[in-house]
Write a protein that binds this ligand. Structure first.
Ligand code: CUA
Length: 365
């Protein structure tokens, strides 16, 4: 009897939890209402089976409990029952899977006028690229990736010259225009995901995966990485700003490209500290090093300069310019105590190194 009560409480409790719990999908901001409907179909079908099967179980436990009925009628085959079960199960499984397959087929088949946008993921930041005024994305390959060519653009492909290159975690998109996302990763598995768009896909090193969607509501949405891609995964956050087409056009036109590089982060005009701050962002240092003293994957830069750092091997050293340059160039040579040995090597020129160190120095107090 106790078992019957437990089963019934579980069924009723699960249903109540589903309807009362505050966790629901964020409001939809793209064309993919179909995905929500598919999810609803899945919930309804699995929900019905959950209630019916547990109901049968509870009934059976009650009806055939020991003492009331002695022994069971042995029936090795019952073709009628088996046929009936096979057909009903097949119908429900098909109803469960077919809508998803049909939506997925749409999801990977973009309309011909969709605008291409490339997303490049690496540990632990996002970069974006648009086709330039010529409407064509230049070829790219991981072989061409270097400090001055983060996207790995093919130097021989002129189509890439005018591609706007967004070295930032923030992407902007025009409202009501179909977007075809092309996804690349240069190290491990990442997954670009914006919950309000319902759209996401894995990014696999060595291949370009794609999906499409149309943003339908202006606003700022959080983009996140949906694959556990290493110790800095939680910092792999970005933003997608959806705005009316004119605002977007103005913004994208102002972005740097290979033929019109960023004003050398204003090499002469800007101070080394400002340049270092920009570098810390574009090279994703800030994904692991906070600048406000808060704990993260690596030591915070606030108050770092001038302090004495202890290492995992028991040694100590004062943090000065030479120390920082050495640590950035050879991050694995000595690991600061209490932190995982995960810092990647960054390809930086001497001037960039100096600027980064100047920035860290400026955070001493
Ligand atoms: Cu990239 Cu998680």
């Amino acid at each position: 009897m106790l078992m019957v009560i437990v089963l019934l409480v579980m069924v009723v409790g699960s249903l109540l939890f589903h309807f009362i719990a505050p966790w629901h999908a964020l409001p939809l901001a793209s064309n993919w209402r179909d995905m929500d409907q598919t999810l609803t179909i899945t919930f309804v079908i699995t929900g019905i089976f959950f209630v019916v099967l547990n109901g049968i179980l509870a009934y059976t436990v009650l009806r055939f409990r020991r003492g009331k009925v002695q022994g069971a009628a042995y029936q090795p085959t019952n073709h009628k029952l088996e046929r009936w079960l096979t057909i009903v199960t097949a119908v429900f499984i098909a109803a469960l899977l077919a809508p998803g397959l049909s939506v997925y087929a749409d999801y990977v088949r973009p309309p011909s006028h969709a605008m291409e946008v490339e997303v490049l993921g690496n540990q632990w930041q996002w970069r974006y690229r648009f086709p330039g005024p010529d409407g064509k994305l230049g070829r790219s390959d991981a072989r061409f990736i270097s400090p001055s060519n983060a996207f790995g653009l093919d130097p021989d492909d002129a189509n890439g010259n005018d591609d706007p290159l967004i070295e930032s975690n923030e992407l902007r998109l025009p409202q009501d225009r179909p977007i075809k996302m092309l996804l690349r990763s240069i190290d491990v598995l990442h997954d670009f995901y914006v919950p309000q768009f319902r759209a996401r896909m894995n990014m696999v090193p060595g291949q370009i995966s794609s999906f499409w969607f149309t943003p339908t509501k202006a606003g700022r949405y959080e983009a996140m990485c949906a694959q556990l891609c290493g110790v800095g995964h939680a910092n792999m956050r970005g933003a997608v700003v959806v705005e009316p087409a004119p605002a977007f056009e103005a913004w994208v036109k102002a972005q740097p490209s290979r033929s019109a590089p960023a004003q050398a982060a204003a090499g002469d005009a800007a101070s080394p500290v400002a340049l270092g701050m920009a570098l810390a962002k574009s090279k994703a240092c800030v994904a692991c090093h906070s600048v406000d003293g808060s704990a993260s994957v690596g030591p915070s830069w606030k108050g770092l300069f001038g302090k004495t750092e202890a290492f995992a091997d028991g040694s100590q050293a004062k943090v000065d310019q030479a120390f920082l340059i050495h640590e950035i160039k050879e991050p694995q040579a000595r690991v600061v105590k209490g932190f995982p040995p995960v810092m990647p090597k960054s390809e930086l020129s001497e001037a960039e190194l100096a600027a980064l160190v100047a920035y860290i120095e400026s955070l001493a107090k």
